[in-house]
Ligand binder design. Structure first.
Ligand SMILES: [Zn+2]
Length: 85
């Protein structure tokens, strides 16, 4: 698995972010879950939103374009804040 994600994020417990707990009847209107990632390479903090597929978070450092990925899975942490770089 050369494309292994950096982190694994627990899928449960993310549904009620920002008080949104209703069924995703209209995905366009439901707030997308996100995690906070601090890129130590450039000392910047960004929100990384969940992919529409719901299986991965993927974001980039806004300065050097380093990619950070977090896979969603039941074995992961429920933490929403990570450090990359
Ligand atoms: Zn960077």
């Amino acid at each position: 698995m050369p494309d292994r994600p950096d982190y694994v994020v627990e899928i449960d417990g993310l549904a009620e972010i920002d008080g949104v707990s209703e069924p995703a009847a209209d995905p366009e209107k439901v707030a997308r879950p996100w995690i906070g990632v601090r890129f130590e390479c450039c000392d910047v903090y960004v929100r990384v939103y969940r992919d529409p597929s719901g299986t991965v978070y993927e974001g980039r450092c806004p300065r050097c374009m380093q990619v950070v990925r977090a896979r969603v899975g039941p074995e992961g942490t429920s933490s929403r804040f990570f450090t990359a770089g």
